[in-house]
Design a protein around this ligand. Structure first.
Ligand SMILES: Cc1ncc(COP(=O)(O)O)c(C=O)c1O
Length: 465
């Protein structure tokens, strides 16, 4: 501010008049005096706000926290577009939820947009549902084998897994499931009814209905992981178990990760009677899912482009499965058993019992080949001779070569596991012994014959047999 002397000279008024004016401005918080320096304009233009300068005084007593309902109510009350820039903060972008609800409707399921919670991918949806219905120490029923991330979630939440026998075509065994319920009083069930990971099994509708009825009799929530449901090879999307739910006990979870891109991190849960718990848990963990992605996906779905994309993707996956399974039939060791999925993009392969696929995985990795060893899909060692293979990558001319390479790597490893008394020149991989004969690789018979012709046996029996 100008000095008192400057103002006296300029306006020809007394010093006391100028001081009066400055005192008023100071009282309104507009200017501030600095000793021996003069008056300065305050940076904040909040004339009636007094500076808070006393520390808070909490009761200094530990107490349980019970504020979530109030916070939810406040947030929901300010979720209109005119009030907050992000609408429907807690359950996700409303137009996206409406589009997802329409997709349920197309399957004959009366799911409302308000029944849906948008999440960061299906994994968050599954975890929120699991947390809503369990306490540390509880038992949760899962398929055997099961998706490894389900086991990781149980481990992190200090829950116990109870694996239930599961058929590679039809999914979990319901008799065994009921038995497990009677004996172990589990608090939840986490299943994949459509194109299970890793088996690829698809539970028929009648069995889904029985499953839901069975769980309803014991009042056990079903956390249904349905991320592959849209990737069917047949003509119609298989319905989820949720379609048979009359009690709100099925918590259906899915995402756009397997159909569009995992990086979008947009999934959802339809948690039935646990909606409030799941929505609150979402709020207190990650608040909301990325809004720009939700807006983009809603607009994409509104334009109808998604179904067109899905049709192309299904045809592509079905073709890839055909090519892949043919190549396996040609190149994998005799005696290999593989599942025949009707959707999704995983194959489950059983090798001879003595083959340790964890070690195979390590060796294959050193050759740039990625195979998922059976052990990660169970808490037991029952699947240490199994592999999960992924045929989700587009099939190109190079794929034949890659599958061939992978098959040779597996075949060689199996040979070494089954016939440890045979030694050879593995890097050539031109021939292998079975129990009583020598089989030649068909990749380059001339070379094999030539090599054998000059008397070099690629493999020979170590002594003594
Ligand atoms: C069976 C299954 N459920 C859930 C997920 C996780 O899905 P999202 O990427 O949407 O979290 C995956 C991903 O690999 C999966 O295979």
């Amino acid at each position: 501010m100008p000095s008192v002397r400057q103002l006296m000279d300029k306006h020809k008024i007394s010093a006391s008049t100028i001081f009066q004016a400055y005192y008023r401005l100071e009282a309104q918080g507009l200017i501030k005096a600095r000793p021996r320096s003069g008056y300065y304009v305050c940076s904040s233009l909040a004339p009636h706000t007094l500076e808070a300068d006393t520390a808070s005084q909490p009761p200094l007593q530990a107490t349980s926290v019970n504020n979530s309902d109030l916070i939810m109510a406040i947030l929901q009350s300010s979720s209109e577009r005119s009030v907050a820039p992000v609408d429907d903060l807690t359950q996700g972008h409303a137009p996206l939820r409406r589009q997802i609800a329409l997709r349920y409707l197309a399957q004959g399921m009366a799911i409302n947009a308000n029944d849906i919670v948008i999440t960061n991918g299906a994994l968050e949806a599954l975890n929120l549902c699991l947390a809503a219905v369990t306490q540390p120490g509880d038992i949760v029923l899962v398929e055997s084998p099961t998706f490894y991330a389900a086991l990781q979630s149980l481990e992190r939440m200090k829950l116990q897994a109870l694996e239930v026998p599961t058929h590679p075509r039809e999914g979990i065994d319901l008799e065994a499931l009921e038995q497990a319920i009677k004996q172990h009083a589990p608090k939840a069930c986490w299943l994949m009814t459509n194109f299970q990971n890793p088996l690829g099994s698809l539970m028929p509708d009648a069995k889904k209905s029985q499953l839901v009825g069975l769980l309803a009799r014991y009042d056990i929530p079903l956390i249904e992981d349905d991320v592959y449901g849209e990737l069917y090879f047949d003509t119609e999307r298989p319905r989820p178990a949720k379609a048979f739910d009359r009690q709100g006990l099925v918590m259906h979870c899915s995402s756009f990760s397997k159909t569009l891109a995992p990086g979008y991190r947009i999934g959802w849960a339809v948690p039935g009677r646990y909606l409030r718990e799941v929505a609150q848990a979402k709020l207190t963990t990650t608040l909301t899912s990325p809004v720009p992605t939700q807006l983009a996906l809603a607009s994409y779905l509104e334009k109808g482009a998604y179904d067109q994309h899905l049709r192309r993707l299904r045809t592509q996956l079905k073709n890839q499965y055909g090519q892949f399974s043919k190549a396996l039939g040609r190149h994998f060791p005799a005696g290999t058993r593989a599942t025949r999925p009707e959707g999704g993009y995983f194959l489950w392969v059983e090798l001879e019992k003595s083959v340790q696929t964890l070690e195979l995985h390590r060796q294959a990795l050193s050759q740039g080949i990625s195979l998922a060893p059976g052990s990660i899909f169970s808490t037991s060692q029952n699947y240490s001779h199994c592999l999960r293979l992924n045929f989700g990558h587009p099939w190109t001319e190079h794929s034949t070569f890659e599958v061939d390479e992978a098959s040779q790597c597996v075949t060689h490893f199996v040979d070494m596991s089954l016939y440890p008394d045979w030694v050879g020149v593995p890097q050539l991989r031109l021939a292998r012994f079975t129990q009583d004969s020598l089989e030649l690789s068909t990749r380059d018979p001339v070379m094999v014959a030539g090599t054998l012709g000059v008397g070099t046996l690629l493999w020979h029996r170590a002594e003594p047999v």
